[in-house]
Write a protein that binds this ligand. Structure first.
Ligand code: ADP
Length: 741
């Protein structure tokens, strides 16, 4: 019989050792509860091994060794059980002294109770039997084991009685079962021994092994219910607000999360009744039929047509076979509503912007038409042989009208810049002509204030460039204008340098210096803001809108350039602009600036030019005819497109100045009709049609030229521009005469 007991115990030992190593599978050893369980199993193995071998032996010497192993198993199994409970209930710290004391006392106990003479051995037909030497040692033996077992039982009771979470209480109940196993085992052992039925029956040893199995399951359960990577999927799955559905390859519903349950009004346990088509009422997704692994569908669900987006992802098993697909449902109702609101807001903003552009175009037209008359007549008045006093009045009117026009232009420019409508209009140009033009204007202004104007243009600047000449001119004039405006004595200068040249690109630097009032350090960062004027006490006497620098900066940025300023208050300022330009012709420019150029008073006369002016506004017609008259041109006039066509049937005009906006037939239509009538007016032909328009919004010039006009003149008509355009078109028909004045 004893060999059967022995064999059973040795099997228990092997299983105990196996259990202690099993935690190394599935990464369980990373969790402290599993590590402690492994320790318990190891001790259980020692317990079974010790007693198992002891039963089988007749040899006292080997018996002694396995008696020690058995004792180690018993004592340390109980202590490691206590450690496990302490970890589970998270009381390791305050139980640490007790457990340490038990470990030390356990070690001492094992040493003392195995010292020579502390016990006697007798060989019986049931094998070797040990007995403590003397009553006290036997009592100590029993009391020690009872004490540590008692502590274990106390800890087990604590887990059940205190207000721990359910998972800990459940763990405690499993430990309770282990306590019962051991108690029953002890009971069986004692009863059999007392009634002399059977000696050495290892009931406790065998039952403790079953306890180990119970504890293993319970450790598993406690870990399953904690937050670990392994169980996160379940937590995430159920905590997602979006419904999640899992289908198999046959499109049968397998799993749903809680959100899906409430969204689709489905019972979690009746999901197998559903399939893809019964849920979504459409063909199965591609993600499962094709090679695709993901798919997106927009569907309307339910009676209230909720807009849903379905994200379908295939799922694969360990062998990389497709086993089904997972569908995440996103309720798009809110998003779609928000998108519609954004679209509506965008449409509203776009139409407001369109209305603004329309307003700008109209305003430009409406204001420029009367400005045309004011500027035109005042200039005519100035050039006419009128009284000295009247000339003075005309001069004042003309000057004020120019300031008003400049302000209108600034407001138009800034609104276009702010609405992002301003685009560069680039073309080939000669920088020398640009600098001469700028010098002419600024020199005149500087002279009026008794200031010196210097211009220093580097020779290396290429002869011909590609860029927006008009905007560069505006930048330079704005900055130089300010220089003159804010300087009372001294000089204003423009320096143009070539700072780098790479392939067909070059970088130009313009330095505008003045010896004026300067800008306070704290104002420097503000001067580029729209409508911002600094130094009010001084500036209140100088006219300005506070827009010039902001427009200048806008233009420079549009050209991807840089603008900077340095100034010493009371001494003067330096504005520096850098821009890149494309090189068209890389010959040296070699400009010589002659200060007297502006003073040369000459007159241009055109001989034998036949001109027709077409405009529905009688005053405009009067201005144009008077201006042309100054150049020796007696122009015909008509006030509509239809009449212009009639006139063209009778005469061949060298130039037709055609107003763009006219009632009934606009300028564009009239141009087309005239060309149909007489091929001589065709684009590039001998007779020219020039559009005359008050609509000078950005890009208008190009638009008109693209439509087919031979030239473009903006209102208010500028004498110099008309002169220039006519001279370019008919270079043989003009002559220059000295002014009589
Ligand atoms: P405006 O000249 O019409 O007031 P700007 O935008 O051209 O508007 O200039 C903004 C402000 O910057 C001016 O009001 C002036 O205070 C200051 N400022 C600009 N240029 C100069 C300068 N060269 N010297 C001194 N102050 C200047």
């Amino acid at each position: 019989m004893r060999y059967i007991y022995s064999a059973v115990l040795l099997i228990c030992a092997v299983l105990g050792f196996f259990y202690s190593t099993r935690v190394f599978y599935n990464d369980n050893y990373k969790k402290s509860t599993f590590r402690l369980f492994a320790l318990m199993s190891l001790n259980s193995g020692f317990w079974s091994l010790g007693f198992g071998v002891m039963f089988a032996l007749d040899n006292c010497e080997i018996f002694k060794l396995f008696r020690i192993i058995g004792m180690i198993g018993v004592i340390f199994l109980i202590i490691s059980g206590q450690m496990l409970i302490s970890v589970v209930v998270r009381r390791v710290k305050n139980r640490y002294p007790l457990i340490l004391a038990e470990l030390v006392s356990g070690a001492i106990f094992i040493i003392v109770s195995n010292m020579p003479g502390s016990y006697t051995l007798s060989v019986t037909d049931m094998g070797v039997i040990s007995a403590e030497e003397g009553f006290i040692l036997s009592i100590v033996h029993v009391i020690y084991i009872a004490c540590i077992f008692g502590v274990f039982v106390y800890m087990v009771f604590d887990t059940i009685r205190s207000d721990y979470p359910k998972r800990i209480k459940s763990f405690g109940k499993s430990c309770m079962a282990v306590v019962l196993f051991i108690m029953v085992g002890i009971g069986i052992d004692i009863v059999l021994m007392l009634f002399d039925i059977a000696n050495n029956v290892p009931a406790t040893s065998i039952l403790q092994f079953f306890g180990i199995e119970v504890i293993y399951n319970s450790v598993h359960r406690i870990n399953r219910n904690r937050i670990y990577m392994e169980n996160m999927t379940g937590y995430i799955y159920n905590s997602l607000r979006s419904p999640v559905l899992v289908f198999d390859v046959n499109h049968k519903l397998q799993l749903i999360n809680r959100a899906a349950g409430s969204f689709f009004a489905m019972d979690e346990y009746g999901v197998d009744k559903w399939s893809w088509s019964s849920v979504f009422d459409m063909e199965p997704p591609k993600a499962i039929t094709d090679k695709e692994t993901t798919d997106i569908y927009d569907v309307e669900y339910g009676v209230s047509n909720i807009n849903c987006r379905l994200y379908v992802n295939s799922i694969f098993d360990e062998y990389n076979d497709r086993v089904g697909y997972i569908v995440v449902v996103t309720d798009m109702t809110e998003q779609i509503r928000a998108m519609k609101a954004i679209e509506q807001a965008k449409d509203a903003a776009e139409s407001a912007n369109k209305a603004k552009s329309m307003f700008l175009a109209n305003m430009s037209h409406e204001i420029r038409t009367p400005m045309n008359s004011i500027l035109g007549f005042s200039e005519l008045g100035l050039r006419d042989d009128t009284l000295e006093k009247s000339k003075e009045y005309f001069s004042d009117i003309h000057e004020s009208a120019e300031i008003l026009l400049a302000t209108i232009n600034e407001i138009l420019d800034i609104s276009k810049l702010e609405s992002g409508k301003l685009e560069l209009v680039c073309a080939d140009y000669y920088p020398s002509a640009l600098f001469k033009d700028v010098a002419l204007i600024i020199n005149m202004q500087a002279k009026r204030k008794n200031l010196k104007f210097d211009m220093d243009i580097a020779d290396e600047i290429p002869n011909k460039l590609y860029g927006d000449k008009a905007r560069i001119r505006e930048i330079l004039i704005n900055l130089l204008n300010n220089g003159v405006k804010y300087t009372n004595e001294g000089a204003v200068s423009l320096k143009a340098q070539l700072i780098s040249k790479k392939e067909d690109m070059c970088r130009l630097r313009f330095v505008i210096t003045d010896t004026g009032i300067g800008i306070k350090a704290e104002d420097i960062k503000l001067i580029f803001d729209s409508f911002r004027r600094c130094d009010h006490t001084i500036n209140s006497r100088t006219e300005g809108t506070g827009l010039g620098l902001s427009i200048t900066k806008g233009f420079v940025e549009l050209m991807d350039g840089d603008i900077s300023v340095s100034s010493v208050y009371g001494k003067g300022s330096v504005f520096t602009v850098e821009i890149d330009q494309k090189i068209i012709e890389d010959k040296q420019m070699g400009i010589t600036y002659n200060e007297d150029i502006s003073d040369k008073r000459t007159k241009v006369r055109f001989n034998n030019l036949k001109v027709l002016a077409v405009d529905d506004n009688m005053i405009n017609l009067k201005v144009v005819t008077n201006v042309l008259d100054m150049y020796g041109i007696a122009a015909d006039t008509v006030n509509s497109g239809e009449k212009a066509i009639e006139k063209c049937k009778e005469n061949d005009y060298d130039i037709i100045l055609m107003d763009q906006m006219m009632p009934v037939m606009d300028g564009v239509m009239a141009m087309k009709r005239i060309r149909e009538l007489n091929r001589g007016y065709e684009h590039g032909g001998p007779h020219k049609i020039i559009v005359l328009t008050a609509n000078t919004v950005n890009g208008m010039r190009q638009e008109m030229l693209d439509i087919g006009f031979d030239g473009f003149l903006g209102k208010p008509v500028n004498f110099n521009v008309i002169e220039k355009v006519f001279m370019e078109m008919y270079p043989d028909s003009y002559c220059i005469v000295e002014d009589d004045d």
